[in-house]
Write a protein that binds this ligand. Structure first.
Ligand SMILES: NC(=O)c1ccc[n+]([C@@H]2O[C@H](COP(=O)([O-])OP(=O)(O)OC[C@H]3O[C@@H](n4cnc5c(N)ncnc54)[C@H](O)[C@@H]3O)[C@@H](O)[C@H]2O)c1
Length: 326
């Protein structure tokens, strides 16, 4: 049994706790969370022991999942690496590129194992599309189209702590684009301010971004912080000999037809907790398989760094109205 500890007991920690508890090879033994009531509730729900100090957590576990706010990720990854504990860390790897550089320098002499939680790579439909493109089913990839819209905006006070739409939300799509196209050489982004409440924060509430790789193959990403129909998550990969599509997922396959409408279906699954539940389980599987096989899991810190680099380029492009080259 691999003993897992969780650092930070907020929204995403509950998703990982359920994956760990349901996995046949893992036990959730400890949690470190500074908010006493969150720590107590989490510990009680999942049977994990609360730890006051990070060293106390490391003493009780074989590996950790970092679910703390983004600004703490480098500190927590480094502490785990120094304690010899493999880490699965939530995205993004850090708040900015300078912090990732400092982290990579600090990790250089250590024998660390770090995986970054870009869970969408592990979604069964997206993973199948990736497998098919790798096997040549549609020939060389020419255009990737990603639609990613949240069901509703986050609380306004979350925005200033989030790093902005590109680092908080589009970062997943940047990683997906790289997953299909490899490294990106130029970025052009249009930011939207259609929601007056979010506009006050200085952040965008929607964006359309185009990424280009060295061979001129493109990815176009459409984001919005809201979507009346639910959590809108679609992927299309267009190749020289065909197209692969993954559509939205609904709780049932029932279709309603009557005098007002035809083929009406349930709204999309409501948010990441449900839409990507299977992806988080498969992500944990990859982490554990890599540990068992003694290899580095993917996505790596370098994948996290590249996605963050694109996010910073997109922010510059949207603010200046220019194409940014990497
Ligand atoms: N992969 C995904 O789909 C996904 C989804 C949501 C969030 N995230 C990422 O997960 C991270 C956490 O997001 P969230 O939505 O769960 O946030 P959250 O605010 O709900 O939870 C964060 C928790 O960390 C605790 N915390 C604060 N400082 C800490 C510290 N120094 N040490 C340990 N814990 C600390 C907070 O008290 C809180 O309980 C963010 O980096 C976010 O980008 C990823």
């Amino acid at each position: 049994m691999i003993k897992i500890g969780i650092i930070g007991a907020g929204r995403i920690a509950h998703v990982h706790a359920r994956s760990v508890l349901n996995h046949p090879d893992t036990a959730l033994t400890a949690v470190m969370e500074p908010n006493p009531s969150s720590a107590a509730a989490f510990a009680q729900t999942y049977g994990a022991r609360p730890a006051d100090q990070i060293e106390e957590l490391f003493d009780q576990v074989d590996a950790v999942i970092v679910c703390s706010p983004t600004s703490f990720h480098p500190e927590h990854i480094l502490a785990a690496a120094r304690a010899g504990r493999p880490v699965l860390c939530e995205k993004p790897v850090a708040a900015d590129l300078a912090e990732v550089d400092a982290l990579e320098t600090a990790l250089a002499g250590l024998d660390s194992t770090v995986m970054i939680g870009f869970n969408r790579r592990f979604d069964p439909s997206f993973a199948r599309i990736h497998e098919l493109t790798q096997s040549g089913a549609i020939g060389a990839v020419e255009q990737v189209t990603i639609i990613s819209r949240d069901p509703a905006p986050p609380p306004v006070d979350y925005i200033p702590t989030s790093g902005g739409i590109f680092k908080d939300m589009t970062i997943h799509d940047f990683d997906m684009a790289r997953h299909f196209l490899g490294d990106i050489v130029s970025v052009v982004a249009i930011g939207q301010n259609l929601d007056p409440a979010l506009a006050q924060t200085g952040d965008f509430d929607g964006a359309v971004i185009t990424l280009v790789n060295a061979e001129g193959r493109t990815a176009t990403i459409t984001n919005s912080r809201h979507c009346a129909a639910g959590y809108d998550q679609r992927l299309e990969v267009f190749g020289e000999r065909g197209t692969l599509n993954a559509d939205n997922v609904r709780p049932t396959t029932v279709r309603v037809s009557n005098a007002e409408l035809t083929d009406a279906q349930d709204p999309y699954l409501d948010f990441f907790l449900t839409r990507y539940e299977e992806a988080y389980i498969r992500e944990l599987d990859e982490f554990l398989r890599a540990l068992a096989e003694g290899r580095q899991p993917t996505p790596t810190i370098e994948d996290g760094r590249r996605a963050l680099e694109i996010a910073e380029a997109a922010e510059r492009s949207a603010r200046t109205g220019t194409i940014v080259t990497l």
